[in-house]
Design a protein around this ligand. Structure first.
Ligand SMILES: Cc1cc2nc3c(=O)[nH]c(=O)nc-3n(C[C@H](O)[C@H](O)[C@H](O)COP(=O)(O)OP(=O)(O)OC[C@H]3O[C@@H](n4cnc5c(N)ncnc54)[C@H](O)[C@@H]3O)c2cc1C
Length: 411
């Protein structure tokens, strides 16, 4: 399906994107760069997962054994990200905070070290670099690590981006490329004669468009008019995290992301260039609840402090909770809505733990669909059709359908 093939001269837009998180905004920007008239509709409630996330670009640390197709997609995503970010910074005139110092994964005790070694084997099998270090070598890289840290592994290919700066740069670039924004919610996708005609807005009225992309993160299923089966595919998975600040006069605490296994629990600390440090995260199945709980703040601080005792001297600047858009197989849902959906309806949602990482390749894939070009082959297993009733994959998921988790408490 390409938009130009079904373009209506009366439509307000060639493509209307429902959702202005990093996924929707990246798609709108790339569509506009490809010459399409793009509109983003978002209620701008300020609770997008894209603004909460830690911004790790970690293709494997978050993987589960048995998720090879997802791993291939994540590897494509991490390879693509630097060029996409460079083009974005140029277009927006703003930095994204991309950092390529790698990630140091450390183990708190011998059991944690054994789990970390399994992850290292998995990474090497995927062709990725992993350098094993003893406790002393870990502290030589990151002097603030606790003396008791048992050992670790340096993953040079796991990077990070400042997701808030990145989201702001995407919005700026989209605006400069001519993308229009509408502050409202999409209530329903409208179609006639088997083809999308636009959307009905929650605030009243309609907007006409030749193509509609559903990119509303964990709220995607609340939009009416999706083909049967696709409305129940995305579920919210709550994640709480903390933003700490290094006090004035104190030197930077970390020069790269540190992930730690602490008595079987995974905690990460992601440093930003401006002295902010992100500590995360919980993983909870609580519907659309976005409250911050005292227990989560306590547990995250306790685990971070076990490996970085200096944590207690840092400023607790912000606590927040976001909703990862999860799916039954932990993979994203990207592409035309399939044989049961109207022509011109696409989905770009369900990015779960890796939406920042996958935003660039998702925008590439959707722009390809919109302009009649093929998307990268890595996307083939992640088409929406896999969740239509005939495929038998629409049952509500357990927390993690894939077995053999590498880490212990996933982001
Ligand atoms: C604690 C936490 C840590 C994370 N860490 C990382 C990480 O380190 N690396 C990584 O790659 N990913 C991470 N993620 C995952 C990542 O944040 C998400 O996968 C990604 O942000 C999803 O982007 P999105 O644009 O699809 O959704 P969102 O960012 O949630 O945006 C959805 C948008 O849709 C809008 N919307 C809702 N309903 C409607 C409607 N009816 N009509 C129009 N618009 C609507 C909302 O207002 C919102 O702006 C993390 C997530 C969490 C919660």
């Amino acid at each position: 399906m390409s938009v130009s093939a079904g373009l209506s001269a009366t439509a307000d837009a060639d493509v209307l994107v429902a959702g202005g998180g990093v996924i929707g905004t990246a798609i709108a920007w790339r569509a506009a760069v490809a010459g399409l008239r793009a509109v983003v509709v978002d209620p701008e409630r300020g609770n997008a997962a894209s603004l909460v996330a830690a911004g790790m670009l970690a293709p494997v640390s978050e993987s589960f054994f048995g998720e090879e197709a997802l791993l291939r997609l994540n590897l494509l995503a991490v390879r693509r990200f630097p060029a996409f970010a460079a083009e974005l910074e140029e277009a927006a005139g703003q930095v994204t905070g991309l950092r390529r110092e790698g990630t140091l994964a450390v183990a708190y005790d011998p059991d944690d070290h054994a789990a970390l070694k399994r992850l290292t084997v998995f990474r090497r099998d995927a062709g990725l670099g992993a350098e094993e270090l003893d406790g002393r070598a870990c502290r030589a890289l990151e002097p603030f690590l606790a003396p008791g840290v048992h050992g670790g592994v340096l993953f040079p290919g796991d990077w990070s981006v400042d997701n808030r700066r990145y989201a702001a740069a995407l919005r700026r670039a989209a605006h400069l490329a001519g993308v229009r924004t509408v502050r409202d919610s999409v209530a329903e996708v409208l179609a006639a004669a088997g083809r999308v005609t636009g959307v009905r807005l929650a605030g009243g009225g309609t907007a006409a468009a030749a193509a509609v992309v559903i990119a509303a993160g964990s709220w995607s299923g609340g939009i009416a008019g999706l083909p049967g089966g696709l409305d129940g595919v995305v579920r919210p998975v709550k994640g709480q995290l903390l933003r700490l600040r290094v006090p004035a006069g104190m030197p930077p605490v970390l020069s790269r992301t540190v992930r730690a296994l602490v008595r079987g629990t995974d905690v990460y600390v992601v440093p930003r260039a401006d002295g902010e440090m992100i500590v995360g995260a919980t993983s909870e199945e609580r519907g659309h609840d976005q409250t911050v709980t005292a227990g989560a703040v306590h547990d995250l601080l306790r685990d971070a402090q076990s490996v970085l005792p200096v944590t207690s001297e840092l400023i607790l600047a912000e606590t927040c909770a976001g909703l990862r858009p999860g799916t039954p197989d932990n993979g994203p849902v990207v592409g035309p809505a399939g044989p049961e959906g109207p022509d011109g309806l696409l989905l770009a949602t369900g990015h779960y733990r890796n939406g920042i990482l996958m935003s660039a390749v998702t925008a590439d894939a959707v722009a390809a669909h919109l302009t009649g070009r093929p998307a990268a082959a890595e996307w083939d297993p992640f088409r929406p059709q896999r969740f239509l009733p005939a495929s038998g994959r629409t049952a509500p998921p357990g927390p993690h359908e894939a077995s053999g988790q590498v880490g212990v408490r996933p982001r």
